[in-house]
Design a protein. Structure first.
Lengths: 254, 222
């Protein structure tokens, strides 16, 4: 893992909304090929962190780099390497499934966007709904389409904000399989989630963010989901991991 | 920039063809306003016929606001606009695409409302001044579209977006509105010259398209 190039490097990320600090000097380095699951209670700073990395938030302290490209408002180079799935599906509800994929393919300058769109339809089991209007899809199908949209330009890093929310069991399984395949093929994932079991299907590393600070950071290999859930619940209900008792400590960078 | 603009334009035209939200709302509102003016003011008098172009553009200004409000509302729905902002494209390209789509919708509204306007106000276009009417509609749509696209993007990020767009947009379009009324009056034979007003419309369009292209990046910030 140490030989892998760094996909994402955050240093001293700090973001305040008025007097409230959403992130407090967060350092996180993610080597290429890792799937990092970011846990934390509501308001812990997970979405803020993803939005800063996704350059959707302009004013913050610290720095973030994606494959060596500085994340900065107005800079576009780092965005070519990133696929982003937010809590909203970020789809045009009045375009069809195929039209959404074609649109984003063309926007990202994908050479053969038509072939890429059809390839993704097959990959995400949406072939039969290619001409359906996005508004008419079920929540699970919209989520699959949102993921297909995020992958249309072949990104190397996926940022996912609670991707399992609202998905039924088969759709969740399909999402986990897709993430495993993406990572196996060299991709990197950073996802926020509350679903421990589901995240452990594909995550190679678990991170807990609490009140804007990373309080837990361990590889999932050798880490039992039940044990982790216990540590996570301590954070959720008592904040014990933050105080250093009961949960594994945050690990060093990388 | 042109590639991005082309992609955005295609997307907006496709959505409008499917929903007819922008043009449909503007058409209904325009026609309704002209009907009310017609009956309330007994417009078939020579004096009011001289003012007919004013009624046309007032109806258009308000209905156009509805159409422009829709422009960024569809980017807000389901957060699609955030995916747009995140894409590695320059904001000027996004602006150009949205502006061209909006100007086209405004122009279509004008062209469709024109026959009703002619009937309601017993208006007639001077035989050798068709070009003036075409230029007036075209330049007016470009001016309204240029400013409206910018302010629609700004208003869409505010809490009271429905209220903010007309508050921001209408005062800035007053010079274009006056110039468009005068050039249309010329086409309808209600005035003899309109050279100054055409020049004003052209300058207005050039200035606002240029400024909007330069500052649109900031308008997209949430």
């Amino acid at each position: 893992m140490t030989g892998s190039p760094v996909a994402l490097a955050c240093r001293g990320l700090t973001k305040r909304y008025g007097r409230v600090a959403a992130l407090r000097s967060v350092d996180l380095t993610v080597p290429a090929g890792e799937c990092v699951a970011l846990f934390g209670r509501n308001g812990a700073g997970k979405t803020t962190m993803l939005q800063i990395i996704g350059s959707l938030i302009g004013s913050y302290e610290g720095s973030a780099e994606i494959f060596g490209h500085r994340v900065k408002r107005g800079e576009t180079e780092h965005r070519r390497h990133v696929g982003l799935v937010l809590h909203d599906t970020c789809l045009y509800m009045d375009l069809s499934v195929l039209e959404n994929l074609r649109f984003f393919g063309r926007l990202y300058g994908v050479q053969d966007y038509e072939a890429r769109a059809r390839e993704l339809l097959v990959q995400f089991d949406l072939e039969s709904r290619g001409h359906s209007i996005a508004r008419e899809l079920s929540r699970g199908m919209k989520q699959r389409l949102a993921l297909a949209r995020a992958l249309v330009h072949g990104p190397r890093l996926l940022l996912l904000d609670e991707p399992y929310t609202g998905l039924d069991e088969p759709s969740s399984q399909a999402l986990s399989s897709m993430l495993e395949r993406f990572v196996r093929e060299g991709g990197t994932v950073l996802m926020s989630t509350h679903d421990v079991e589901r995240a452990f299907d594909s995550a190679t590393r678990a991170v807990i963010l609490d009140q804007g600070v990373i309080t837990f950071d361990q590889p999932t290999k050798g880490l039992d989901a039940a044990t982790f859930r216990h540590a996570y619940w301590n954070v959720l209900f008592t904040g014990r991991a933050r105080s250093g008792s009961g949960a594994a400590p945050a690990r060093a960078e990388g | 920039m042109l590639r991005t603009a082309n992609v955005i334009l295609w997307k907006d035209l496709r959505i409008e063809m499917r929903t007819r939200d922008a043009i449909g709302a503007a058409l209904v509102f325009s026609l309704l306003t002209l009907v009310i003016f017609n009956f309330a003011l007994n417009a078939n008098t020579p004096e009011l016929r001289r003012l007919a172009s004013g009624f046309f553009w007032v109806a258009f200004a308000f209905s156009g606001t509805l159409s422009l409000a829709r422009s960024f509302a569809l980017e807000k729905e389901s957060g699609a606009g955030r995916a747009l902002v995140f894409a590695p494209v320059d904001a000027a390209g996004v602006y150009l695409g949205k502006f061209l789509a909006n100007a086209f919708f405004l122009l279509v509204t004008q062209v469709v409302v024109l026959p009703a306007f002619i009937i309601f106000f017993d208006a007639s276009i001077v035989a050798d001044r068709w070009w003036a009417l075409v230029a007036s509609f075209l330049l007016g749509s470009i001016g309204f579209g240029a400013v409206g696209t910018l302010f629609s993007a700004i208003a869409s990020n505010t809490r009271m977006r429905e209220l903010m767009l007309p508050l921001l947009f209408l005062p800035v379009t007053v010079p274009a509105l006056i110039a468009a009324v005068e050039t249309t009056s010329f086409a309808l034979g209600a005035s003899d010259t309109a050279g100054f007003w055409f020049r004003l419309l052209i300058v207005y369009d050039v200035v606002f398209v240029t400024v909007s292209l330069l500052i649109f990046e900031y308008a997209l910030e949430e």
